[in-house]
Write a protein that binds this ligand. Sequence first.
Ligand SMILES: Nc1ncnc2c1ncn2[C@@H]1O[C@H](COP(=O)(O)OP(=O)(O)O)[C@@H](O)[C@H]1O
Ligand code: SF4
Ligand SMILES: [Mg+2]
Length: 328
Amino acid sequence: MTAEPVIEVRDLRKWYPLRSGFLASLLGRQQGQLKAVDGVSFALRPGEVLGLAGESGCGKSTTGMTVLQLHRPTGGEILFQGHDVATRGDARSMKAFRRQAQIVFQNPYESLNPRFTVAQSVREPIAIHFREEAGARRDRLLLAMERAGLMPVENYLDRYPHQLSGGQLQRIAIARAISVEPRFLVADEPVSMLDVSIRAGILNLLRRFAGTLDMAILYISHDLSTMRHVCSQVAIMYLGRIVEIGPAASVLRDPQHPYAQALMAAVPVMGVRRRKRIQLSGAVPNAADVPRGCRFHPRCPQAMASCREVEPQLKDLGQGRRVACHLH
Ligand SMILES: Nc1ncnc2c1ncn2[C@@H]1O[C@H](COP(=O)(O)OP(=O)(O)O)[C@@H](O)[C@H]1O
Ligand code: SF4
Ligand SMILES: [Mg+2]
């Protein structure tokens, strides 16, 4: 029997109103919208890691923040363990969600309070979410640090952020996030600011949390080369939408969407003969001015007449794979 999704997102949208000029607002002209996230859907079950990839500016971080309700969605549904949290209606579900859905950010230097010791930083969320005696809280603190690979724990407890390396700080940020036993974790570019030599160790933690703690994880990265090792599924995002999604191994080995193919062709993979390089011309277009039809058509080497008119929807290709492209 397949477990129920921990988190399910349906047609999620996050549009930012564009500031119009004074005269335009005086004349009552309609403001434009920047469609950062424009109809994203996915579901994650316990133990699954979804890699969300795509060029900078395509809406990955906005997706993560909006799913966590750190930004208010413009539309769509967010179901956490079957309960709607997008409307922030049911107080009990929201309380559970606030504890059980956590995030790790890209920059560990910014996510920790420089005046807090490591122990104070990790203890803070525990104190907010658990009404327990001091001994039980301390056990949670120690367990979270152990799980984040900060051993021996005693060496870290009384230290301050400026005394630690970027990798150690990111592990502390991770310990903070997992200290409250989340069911769902968003990791937004968790290793892109870290030294290449320590990235694998941090990514291994994510894999372990999914495998042994049954967490569902949304792993956001512009770097596809890290996904094979960590993810069970991969989603490729372009200009606010998922254009391809499916099991990590098959999407990465044999991408079907022309944009996914172009991204993959640029990734060096050991032992795999390089695909013919598909050039992506131009930069990611502006999310405030999304092209008509297929939003990728101005850059697509295979664009046809219909691509300029009709927006392709995700189509089921079987074996869990879905692609939004008129070629399929
Ligand atoms: N708070 C905001 N207000 C207005 N536009 C935003 C805001 N945050 C992000 N954007 C815009 O939304 C788009 C997606 O950004 P983001 O989610 O950060 O992309 P990514 O994480 O994939 O690099 C970009 O065009 C960005 O400029
Ligand atoms: S729908 Fe057309 S423009 Fe869009 S990716 Fe497919 S072939 Fe290219
Ligand atoms: Mg981002």
